[in-house]
Design a protein around this ligand. Structure first.
Ligand SMILES: Nc1nc2c(ncn2[C@@H]2O[C@H](COP(=O)(O)OP(=O)(O)OP(=O)(O)O)[C@@H](O)[C@H]2O)c(=O)[nH]1
Length: 302
């Protein structure tokens, strides 16, 4: 079906940690693709969510929270965020209505000055503030340094005004092809999404105790004739103490991580899943560039 008026394009989601970028993406795409957590900076990779209708396709790039790099991983994350901004058709700069403009925002605004593409200021979490507070919040970002195409208040959590945001985006996208099939929501391989689901459970269940130095390496995904899927994965940490926390007393924590992750993966794949998890200590993996590649952090994935 060739529609000469079909619109398509790539849209970057940027914003400091915890403002709700993943929640917004998940609401729009309608399925859980990006890792969600209360712990800041959990979105390490550029995860694409794909929104497709009969009229348009928007490919979202969910960039990591912009922050000052301290390790090679941080450095890598920053580079992928910036390169994403040059390739897209529009930028959604997400801020939280219940937080003041801070150093993280100044850092982002500085970078946005150089961006030529339309920038939408998305004021998220409007459910948390009184509507008469909104103008003052918006004003903090209308300081004359960054040209904003529009300001759109939303609540990603309950979907309030998100459709209006999508309509505005689609309106200004160029005519173009449908890049991905309509049933595709992410262009990452199954393994990546599986790893993200496991990593999300580690964060959820261990919270303060295990820092962000956790990677998940999905070693094998085997589909058997009886329609079951057998998955083996390593949870990689930097220190033996972290290994202990993830395994827990009598292995209880690891068991819980495994059960919760398995349920999500079953939902994703639609098949019965057998998940085997191991915890491996690899000291200083965050600073070893070569290993970043092994654990799936590639800057030229697409
Ligand atoms: N009340 C309210 N909470 C929200 C809204 N959107 C997101 N949240 C919550 O804010 C927290 C952070 O949301 P995420 O979507 O993980 O934020 P993020 O910007 O992707 O965070 P990073 O991955 O760290 O960059 C979660 O607890 C969400 O449930 C919203 O519209 N209203």
């Amino acid at each position: 079906m060739d529609n000469p008026n079909f619109k398509s394009g790539f849209v970057a989601l940027i914003g400091r940690p915890n403002v709700g970028k993943s929640t917004l993406l998940n609401y729009v795409v309608g399925q859980k693709v990006a890792i969600m957590s209360n712990v800041a900076q959990t979105t390490r990779n550029k995860i694409q969510g794909i929104y497709t209708t009969d009229e348009a396709q928007i490919v979202f790039i969910d960039t990591p929270g912009v922050h000052k790099p301290q390790t090679k991983l941080g450095d890598f994350m920053e580079r992928s965020t910036l390169s994403a901004l040059d390739e897209v058709d529009a930028v959604l700069y997400v801020v939280a209505a219940d937080e003041k403009r801070g150093p993280g925002d100044n850092f982002i605004m500085e970078r946005l000055k150089q961006v030529q593409k339309p920038i939408y200021l998305v004021v998220n979490k409007i459910d948390k503030v009184h509507p008469n507070k909104l103008p003052a919040i918006v004003k903090q970002f209308e300081d004359g340094t960054v040209k904003l195409a529009d300001v759109v208040p939303v609540s990603a959590l309950n979907g309030n005004n998100v459709n209006a945001l999508i309509n505005k985006l689609v309106d200004q996208l160029p005519n173009g092809p449908q890049y991905y099939p309509s049933d595709q929501i992410s262009d990452h391989p199954e393994r990546f999404v599986i790893a993200e689901m496991i990593r999300e459970k580690v964060f959820m269940l261990t919270r303060q105790e295990v820092p962000h130095s956790v990677a998940v390496d999905v070693m094998s995904v085997k589909r058997q004739d009886d329609e079951t899927v057998h998955i083996n994965a390593n949870i990689i940490v930097e220190r033996p103490g972290q290994k202990g926390i993830i395994i827990g007393k009598k292995g209880q924590m690891l068991k819980q991580i495994g059960t919760m992750a398995r349920k999500d993966i079953e939902h994703l794949l639609g098949d019965r899943v057998y998940l085997q998890l191991w915890v491996k200590v690899v000291p200083g993996w965050r600073d070893k560039s070569a290993m970043l590649k092994d654990y799936g952090y590639r800057s030229n994935d697409y």
